[in-house]
Design a protein around this ligand. Structure first.
Ligand code: FES
Length: 180
């Protein structure tokens, strides 16, 4: 009888132990899963935040890049010796899509302009005999010293490219739109 009771108690204790063990395991699992869930959501939030701020970061980087390019946009056009008086050379400025013309006038003045006619974008050229910039499409012409239209359909002047000459080399260093 006593033995039976003892066995019964032992069995109950074992059951209780098992229940406690399962509870502890469940609790451990809960903690583990909660930790995992927390880590997952923390990582997810970091990634989401990173992605969300990416455009701003890129914009800031690109902005700095654009500013740097704009600030140091000094481009060699030609050696002055290769552009004698009464001649011209074509180049691109400020980008490869922007055609331009450097003219060394008969009087010895240097001037440069983007060469897309302000009428319908035909490329103007240096007409040496008249010392003007001439557009072949509708015979528009521009003053070589100012870029102002002087005849034909164009109403606006050509964008002026600022120049510097250093050690016999002509550089483009900036561009000005002078409308009106
Ligand atoms: S495109 Fe130059 S005059 Fe018309």
């Amino acid at each position: 009888m006593t033995e039976k009771k003892k066995i019964g108690r032992n069995q109950k204790d074992t059951n209780d132990d098992m229940i406690n063990l399962v509870d502890n395991l469940n609790r451990d699992d809960d903690l583990k899963y909660n930790r995992r869930a927390f880590l997952k959501s923390a990582v997810g939030a970091s990634v989401a935040l990173g992605i969300a701020t990416l455009p701003f970061s890129l914009k800031a980087m690109l902005g700095a890049e654009e500013k740097a390019v704009a600030d140091s946009n000094r481009v060699k056009i030609a050696d002055l010796a290769d552009v004698p008086k009464g001649s011209s050379v074509t180049f691109h400025y400020p980008t490869e899509e922007d055609g331009a013309l450097l003219v060394h006038s008969k009087e010895g003045k240097l001037a440069a302009y983007n060469n897309a006619c302000t009428h319908l974008k035909c490329p103007v050229f240096y007409e040496e005999k008249k010392d003007i910039l001439l557009c072949p499409c509708h015979k528009g012409s521009f003053d070589i010293g100012t870029g102002h239209p002087i005849s034909g359909p164009p109403q606006r002047e050509l964008p002026l490219i600022e120049l510097e000459v250093e050690a016999g080399v002509v550089y483009a260093v900036g561009r000005k739109y002078r409308h009106g």
